[in-house]
Design a protein around this ligand. Structure first.
Ligand code: SF4
Ligand code: SF4
Length: 147
C-alpha cells in the first residue's frame, strides 16, 4: 500500500492524469441536479440527474465534451476542489484538498471498483433525466440535504 498510496504523498497539483482520474470513486453525486436555498444557502439533492449522466454506469456519457455540452458542468481542479461547497463531503478530490484521507471504502483503498456502491455511497437509483422534468417541479424531487 505504501508504494501505491500516491494520494498520501502527492499534492493534487502534482498528480498525473491517470492518478487524478483514479481518485473519482464513481459515486455520481456531482451529476445530480441540486437546488440551493437562497435564504440559508443549504444545498439539496434531487433524484434528477444531468442530461448526460448514464445512471446505469454511473458516469458521464460524454466526458470528453462535457464542459461544452452542459452549461454548469464544472471541471474539478486542484485549485477549486476544496472550495466547491456543493460537492459531497465524501468526494475524494474535496477530501484531499481539505487535508483528509480517502475513506476506507474508496476503490483505491479497497482495490474493488464496486466498493463505493457496496458501502452505500453512490447515488441511489432510479434517477430521472433532467430533460424529462419540468424545472418548475424540481422541488418535488428533493431527496435530502447535501453535506
Ligand atoms: S462527487 Fe467526486 S468522487 Fe463522486 S463522482 Fe463526482 S468527482 Fe467523482
Ligand atoms: S456533463 Fe457529465 S460530468 Fe458534467 S454534470 Fe453532466 S453527467 Fe456529470
Amino acid at each position: 500500500m505504501a508504494d501505491t498510496a500516491f494520494w498520501r504523498t502527492k499534492p493534487l497539483s502534482e498528480m498525473n492524469d491517470v492518478e487524478w482520474e483514479s481518485l473519482c470513486d464513481g459515486c455520481g453525486k456531482c451529476c445530480l441536479v441540486l437546488l440551493r436555498d437562497e435564504d440559508c444557502d443549504d444545498v439539496w439533492e434531487t433524484n434528477v440527474a444531468c442530461r448526460l449522466f448514464d445512471a446505469k454506469k454511473r458516469q458521464c456519457s460524454d466526458y470528453a465534451n462535457r464542459l461544452s455540452r452542459v452549461r454548469g458542468c464544472v471541471q474539478l481542479t486542484p485549485d477549486n476542489a476544496g472550495a466547491l461547497d456543493w460537492m459531497p463531503d465524501t468526494c475524494a478530490y474535496r477530501r484531499l484538498a481539505r487535508g483528509q484521507d480517502l475513506p476506507d471504502w474508496h476503490p483505491l483503498v479497497t482495490g474493488d471498483k464496486t466498493s463505493t456502491s457496496a458501502a452505500g455511497m453512490a447515488v441511489a437509483t432510479p434517477l430521472l433525466n433532467e430533460d424529462d422534468v419540468d424545472p418548475d417541479d424540481l422541488e418535488d424531487h428533493i431527496t435530502k440535504r447535501r453535506n
